[in-house]
Write a protein that binds this ligand. Structure first.
Ligand code: DP6
Length: 352
């Protein structure tokens, strides 16, 4: 299992951004990578504009990406009442996708419907988050197909409207998402903190359940905000966590980064467990994998875990330790498979 980054290779990738328009039809194809938060986002200060209540810090993952093609076609209007969305080869509910496309249409002055074809390069249904890579790729492909040239900041805010974590996937490497203070959300965007190549890090994902999660993040975080007695403390301590994580990244202090990531993860899950109804995303394999990571640490291998709104465990480690971490996790009862990733690049256009 390799933990080599494709960043160097992809820097040399010279691709055609937007395909030649055929008549009034316009096509663009974009790829974006997933990310995992080291300081978590959970809870919104505005649900309509999808503005997070606290900032977050993430790393973009090379091994998990979504490729999305958007075709705006005037010929579709007569036949379609809404956009057509194909996810991994299957016609899928287009509601959230259409919501984002509406923002793009409004901005570009378009009325055309679109066909969106989206494919994940990681096992489908493995319970691995795809909304971050999915909405980041969609924001870029849709705006390019509509003829808009948006700055990365604008793209990040557009992706945020689809999914909060997607705002971070516009960028590669180490990324910070700001909650901002403005009511219109114009200061709630992500920004790069550090290049992937500047501090290579590895993530080993331990998959403990192949089924899709039962409670979506959107739904779960609304419940936590409304019902957990820990929610005010979560929001109050967010800024301090971000400051400490920024310092760990600037100082390339891996044990500090790892401890902070575990703390933010456990704090998030305490919030989930104390919500009504309680959100229990862990299974026995999740807990066993957490212990494996701690045992690795006790035996002198610096590895730290983080877990999102699902049962998979992501272990952070040095690229040189990735093979031994992956082996220890693969041997853990309840771990079905592992997947190793280096840090990845931001969302980019490729030939349609
Ligand atoms: C636990 O970005 O999926 O992964 O904005 O409602 O689409 P919406 O939520 P989403 O939430 C991600 C939650 C998390 C933590 C994180 O990625 O920061």
């Amino acid at each position: 299992r390799s933990c080599r980054s494709r960043v160097e290779f992809e820097r040399r990738d010279r691709s055609t951004p937007v395909d030649t328009p055929v008549g009034a039809r316009t096509i663009a194809f974009a790829r974006a990578h997933s990310n995992i938060a080291l300081v978590k986002y959970w809870g919104k200060r505005d649900e309509t504009l999808n503005i997070p209540a606290v900032g977050s810090i993430s790393i973009t993952l090379d091994a998990l990406s979504t490729g999305t093609r958007v075709t705006f076609d005037p010929g579709l209007d007569a036949n379609l009442r809404q956009d057509e969305f194909w996810l991994n080869g299957q016609l899928t509910q287009a509601h959230r996708v259409s919501g984002l496309l509406d923002l793009v249409r409004e901005r570009a002055g378009l009325t055309m419907r679109a066909v969106v074809t989206s494919t994940n390069d990681f096992p489908t249904g493995a319970g691995l988050a795809s909304s971050a890579s999915g909405f980041a790729a969609l924001a870029l492909a849709a705006s390019a197909a509509a003829g808009l040239t948006l700055s990365t900041r604008e793209l990040s805010m557009l992706a945020r409207r689809g999914s909060g974590s997607a705002a971070r996937s516009i960028f590669g490497g180490y990324v910070e998402m700001h909650t901002g203070t403005r009511e219109d959300g114009r200061d709630a965007f992500a920004e790069p903190l550090l290049d992937a190549a500047a501090w290579p890090l590895c993530v080993v994902v331990a998959i403990t359940d192949h089924a899709a999660k039962t409670v979506s993040s959107t739904h779960g975080m609304a419940g936590s905000r409304a019902s957990s007695p820990f929610y005010p403390a979560w929001v109050d301590t967010g800024e301090q966590d971000l400051a400490e994580m920024r310092a760990a990244i600037v100082g390339r202090d891996f044990p500090r980064l790892g401890e902070l990531a575990e703390r933010s993860c456990l704090k998030l899950h305490a919030l989930m467990l104390t919500s009504r109804p309680p959100l229990i995303y862990w299974n026995a394999g999740t807990v066993a994998a957490m212990h494996t990571v701690r045992e690795l640490r006790d035996s002198g291998i610096p590895a730290y875990f983080t877990i999102d709104a699902g049962p998979q465990v992501k272990a952070l480690c040095d690229p040189g330790d990735a093979a031994v971490v992956a082996l220890a996790l693969a041997e853990t009862p309840g771990v079905l498979e592992t997947r190793t990733s280096a840090l990845g690049r931001g969302a980019h256009l490729v030939a349609a």
